[in-house]
Design a protein around this ligand. Structure first.
Ligand code: GAR
Length: 189
């Protein structure tokens, strides 16, 4: 049976597009909604152009993260997996309790190195020679949940921050859809 994905994204949405393109072809899953915390984020227009329903979650309208997440849960369609693809907020206890082992995150570094919002830049500035991409289950910590998949990206002498960003995104666009395919095949979702 086709799995139902909800994608969470805050910004550009190239990973949202990679997921949508992939699952248009494979049909093992489909994106049933996009959740964004910014109603003007470019990813919102990308979802609308594809006919994917958008749920805007304006955290500022709620007194607490629990209240915001409880309101979101009311709006979510039935789904098998929440996929954080460039979502720049920490998931709280309410959403974690509602979707145990059903939330995964894409991170642009080889965890446990360089967690947080600026993983690509942090790895580059540190001077590591290998960085990469991680897909992991989300837990209550910051980028600390169980790792599902990783792929390396080399940093050579000619690598600049800009070329590294491009290389990381290229790897992400393959690793995230493939990891979801594997979770489906292994009946983990
Ligand atoms: C991606 O590189 C993703 O790994 C990163 O945001 C970017 C979103 O790009 N996520 C994080 O840094 C989460 N801490 P996109 O909007 O083009 O998909």
């Amino acid at each position: 049976m086709t799995k139902r994905l909800v994608v969470f994204a805050s910004g550009t949405g190239t990973n949202f597009e990679a997921l949508a393109d992939h699952f248009d072809r494979s049909q093992t899953a489909r994106i049933v909604a996009l959740v964004s915390d910014h109603e003007r984020a470019p990813v919102v227009a990308k979802a609308q152009a594809r006919g994917v329903p958008v749920i805007t979650l304006d955290y500022r309208r709620y007194a607490t993260k629990q209240a915001a997440e409880a309101a979101l849960i009311q709006q979510l369609p039935p789904c098998d997996l929440l996929v954080l693809a460039g979502f720049m907020r920490i998931i709280g206890e309410t959403l974690l309790a509602a979707f145990p082992n059903r939330i995964i995150n894409l991170h642009p570094a080889l965890l446990p190195s360089f967690p947080g919002r600026t993983g690509i830049e942090d790895a580059f500035n540190y001077g590591v020679k290998v960085t990469g991409v991680t897909v992991h289950f989300v837990d209550a910590g910051i980028d600390s949940g169980q790792i599902i998949a990783q792929a390396p990206v080399l940093i050579g002498k000619a690598t600049t921050l800009e070329t590294l960003e491009t290389a990381i995104h290229d790897v992400e666009h393959h690793l995230l859809p493939q990891t979801i395919e594997d979770l489906i095949k292994e009946e983990k979702i």
